[in-house]
Design a protein around this ligand. Structure first.
Ligand code: NAG
Ligand code: NAG
Ligand code: NAG
Ligand code: NAG
Length: 407
């Protein structure tokens, strides 16, 4: 049995306490009563009601909270109708036709080596063209190539150094595109020295493989090339990355706003992902997420020592950095290339953000510091065996007017 002897005392205590409180309340009520009449009370309530309505109105019209907007953006900016229509697929759609129209000197040798391993592992058809020096085609060559590509058994990944092919224009089903680019000056320098001195296979080897190159050209000082306006270091030859994304239209090879804007729009419309070589591991990670049927486990393979040994990816080429002055001239000449590169980098970072990856690199580089930093940089991450295109001017030349006529 329990002993409740203490309870009366407790009750007593709390009763006296509440009496105390009641008297205090009465005091305050009377004090307030002196100041506020019933009418004031009504006015007060009306104000409160108005405030509540106003707040409600604000919430309904002021748009959703920022965090909700961010979540919606992550989920893909769906509308009310989308949300109440048929449910969106929980699984990623599976593109069974993928084209990687690889840009020269942007790490594509590494990616193609990875793709060879992945094609075995995941059972897709990898077709890697061995034409490395023909990026623009006549209309007939385009149609032939596109027909060829579309007969490859699906799922396939086709890769070649070629400017964007517009399948839609010839009423063939448009495959999904992917690509990787890099800082335009670094790409240019990499190519400049690769052409002259080759890759990991050694300089002697390269001299034998390129007998047609005269010493005057091979040992041409890069500063002379830039400052004395040699064609190799001037436009239109410096306008290199944008045409891969703009397409086969002749105007796509003219450095200018038209080509850059078309390239940007085309990236939005037709490319699943354009990565930047400076963040290659994140590019591979995103490819793994977006195209799992092709790229699952790519990061594990990429990080394995066997892969690096197999690919001979450690070789470096001798490289002389141009002077700061020459770099500045180059930067001016490549302003359209940089416009495009910065756009791609921003898009890439946005995609990373949506997947939940942080971008450590800073935003738009500011010219002077950026160039100074570049001048100090020496390492070369990847060397490629592919020959750079060496096309004579206006191969596959087509009149822009003919181009505009529908097929
Ligand atoms: C298309 O395929 C055929 C047969 O495989 C080949 O002869 C032809 O050269 C290919 N054309 C192109 C443009 O690749
Ligand atoms: C591709 O061709 C279609 C049809 O002619 C055209 O509407 C579209 O603008 C073209 N896109 C590009 C990037 O050339
Ligand atoms: C790497 O180098 C070795 C020997 O130098 C060579 O046998 C091998 O084919 C090279 N690998 C590739 C992928 O080129
Ligand atoms: C491309 O290279 C091949 C051999 O590698 C050569 O026969 C051909 O003439 C080159 N084409 C152009 C347009 O330079």
């Amino acid at each position: 049995m329990k002993n409740y002897s203490s309870s009366p005392r407790l009750n007593n205590h709390s009763a006296s306490h509440s009496t105390d409180r009641n008297s205090r309340k009465r005091f305050w009520l009377s004090a307030l009563g002196l100041r506020f009449s019933l009418r004031d009370y009504g006015f007060c309530m009306a104000t409160l009601l108005l405030f509540c309505l106003g707040s409600l109105f604000y919430q309904l019209n002021g748009g959703p909270p920022k965090v909700l907007l961010e979540i919606r953006q992550y989920l893909g900016e769906s509308t009310f109708v989308d949300d109440h229509g048929p449910p969106t697929p929980r699984e990623l759609p599976f593109p069974s036709q993928v084209i990687y129209n690889r840009v020269g000197k942007c790490g594509s040798r590494t990616v193609v080596l990875l793709l060879r391993i992945l094609a075995d592992k995941h059972q897709f058809n990898l077709v890697s063209s061995d034409i490395h020096n023909k990026t623009r085609l006549t209309k007939h060559e385009q149609v032939d190539l596109m027909k060829n590509i579309s007969t490859i058994p699906q799922p396939f990944l086709y890769t070649r150094h070629v400017h964007f092919l517009n399948f839609t224009r010839f009423r063939i089903e448009q495959p999904v595109y992917i690509n990787i680019i890099r800082d335009p000056i670094n790409r240019f320098l990499s190519n400049y020295f690769f052409r002259r001195f080759g890759d990991w296979r050694g300089e002697q080897n390269h001299l034998i493989r390129t007998p047609q190159m005269k010493d005057d050209e091979r040992y041409l000082d890069i500063n002379v090339c830039i400052m004395e306006n040699y064609p190799e270091c001037s436009n239109p030859r410096l306008f290199y990355i944008v045409p891969y994304f703009c397409g086969q239209h002749p105007q796509c090879r003219e450095p200018g706003v038209w080509a850059v804007e078309r390239a940007k729009q085309n990236v939005i419309d037709n490319f699943l992902l354009v990565g930047i070589l400076e963040e290659l591991e994140d590019v591979l990670l995103l490819l793994e997420r977006l195209l799992p049927h092709y790229f699952s486990d790519v990061l594990t393979i990429y990080k394995s020592p066997e892969f690096w040994k197999m690919g001979n990816l450690t070789g470096t080429v001798k490289k002389h950095m141009p002077t700061l002055e020459a770099l500045q001239v180059l930067y001016q000449r490549m302003k359209y290339e940089y416009d495009f590169y910065n756009f791609i980098r921003d898009q890439f970072h946005l995609t990373k953000k949506k997947i939940g990856l942080k971008s450590t690199s800073q935003n738009s580089a500011h010219e002077p510091e950026f160039l100074r930093e570049l001048a100090l940089r020496t390492h070369e991450p990847f060397e490629e065996e592919e020959e750079e295109e060496e096309e004579e001017e206006d191969v596959g030349q087509e009149d822009a007017n003919i181009w505009l006529v529908q097929p």
